[in-house]
Write a protein of this length. Sequence first.
Length: 371
Amino acid sequence: MNKTYYLIFLLFFAASYSSPGIADPVHVYEDFVGCFKNKTNISDKDLTDVVLSHTSVSYTPVLRAYIRNARFNTSSTPKPSVIVLPRVDSQVQAAVVCTKTLNLQLKIRSGGHDYDGLSYVAAVTFIVLDLSNFRNITVDMNEDGGSAWVQTGATLGELFYRIWEKSDVHAFPAGICPTVGVGGHVSGGGYGHMIRKFGLTVDYVVDATIVDAKGRVLDRKAMGEDLFWAIRGGGAGSFGVVLAFKVKLVEVPKTVTVFRVDRSSDQNALDMVHKWQFVAPRTDPGLFIRVLLASPTKNKTQTVNAKVRALYLGKANDVVSMMAKEFPELGLKIEDCKEMTWIQSLLWWMNHKDVEKVKTGCFTRKGTGLG
Ligand SMILES: Cc1cc2nc3c(=O)[nH]c(=O)nc-3n(C[C@H](O)[C@H](O)[C@H](O)COP(=O)(O)OP(=O)(O)OC[C@H]3O[C@@H](n4cnc5c(N)ncnc54)[C@H](O)[C@@H]3O)c2cc1C
Ligand SMILES: *[C@@H]1O[C@H](CO)[C@@H](O)[C@H](O)[C@H]1NC(C)=O
Ligand SMILES: *[C@@H]1O[C@H](CO)[C@@H](O)[C@H](O)[C@H]1NC(C)=O
Ligand SMILES: *[C@@H]1O[C@H](CO)[C@@H](O)[C@H](O)[C@H]1NC(C)=O
Ligand SMILES: *[C@@H]1O[C@H](CO)[C@@H](O)[C@H](O)[C@H]1NC(C)=O
Ligand SMILES: *[C@@H]1O[C@H](CO)[C@@H](O)[C@H](O)[C@H]1NC(C)=O
């Protein structure tokens, strides 16, 4: 190849590939707004609250509000060209259609607890659809056994709270960490401390509304059973934007029991953990026993601490006598147990002795994965 041509060729490649797939955010914003206004007829006043550009004063606070992993909270983390904060269904529809028209990537964010920041980070030009205004919850205790419609921008804690407002003997089987979002949690499967008795969160989803890639709003009947199956565990982001889920509630006793037992290896922790592996999966389904293994810091000797945390859907006396029979290695005493309501037990899980760690994950947004 002629040397000059070769150089031009190289320069051309260097120029066009210097920032692969990244478009100028000002143009992206203008093109997006043009399309969005056309599809929604939104007033200019409302537009400033719903479609945020880099220069908007709310851009950074809105983006940060649901960054739950500090690793993706740096100046070099890729930022969205536009943030859309929809207030009504038609704005979600427009966001989907306009992102597609402009050939950009749409990142859907509910609670922002994605471990890899997938709901607010991308390597190409992208738009964040932030569902934090979609958090209405309607609990209906008249329907057989109780049910709720919950919009996906709500958190699990908000759902638990709204159920408790209506009934202290109903609950929802899901993860314990109250700041996890309904959108990602439910569409990803969901499990928590009642999994043994009730199974996965998605087992309680009976209907949903979704905006599909063509911008249509579909309920279960309209989307069909295949798509409805896919969004219950398949991670809904690949299939559309879930606006809301309809879930069935479960019944829990008015009084539940929680307990904690801490053992070091000097106190037969190993025998206890060994036996736990056989008891925990087979005992009464109303009993969930978690064990955390930790090596005490600042201690050079080889030792292990086992921390047992448990929820029993029943009375303290019953679980103590059950454990005496099935799991004597645990040495559970009535003093280790606390009776309370189900909603209080959620607070207990967030507040146990290792509360610093759990709090980090759930309340100060650092995302340790606990909970
Ligand atoms: C501290 C902590 C504790 C956790 N505890 C548990 C637990 O006890 N049990 C458990 O099962 N899991 C647990 N998880 C995992 C958690 O359920 C998942 O990370 C879940 O995906 C988070 O949902 P989100 O809405 O908060 O996250 P987001 O980051 O908002 O979303 C996660 C993913 O779902 C997509 N998505 C979000 N909303 C929608 C929507 N409306 N429509 C379509 N796609 C959507 C996003 O694009 C992204 O890909 C925990 C995670 C953390 C960080
Ligand atoms: C808005 O819609 C009108 C009529 O459908 C069309 O002529 C116009 O090009 C659209 N403008 C943009 C910016 O999409
Ligand atoms: C927008 O407003 C015009 C004029 O009022 C109307 O004809 C059109 O149908 C509206 N479009 C949408 C998407 O609401
Ligand atoms: C992200 O950074 C800002 C500014 O430094 C800080 O105020 C905020 O608490 C951080 N959020 C997380 C999740 O680390
Ligand atoms: C939530 O409910 C209120 C009151 O019914 C309603 O005005 C609002 O539009 C709803 N929000 C969404 C996002 O559906
Ligand atoms: C370290 O471990 C040893 C052996 O188990 C124990 O006797 C000692 O109390 C521990 N020290 C601390 C600071 O935990």
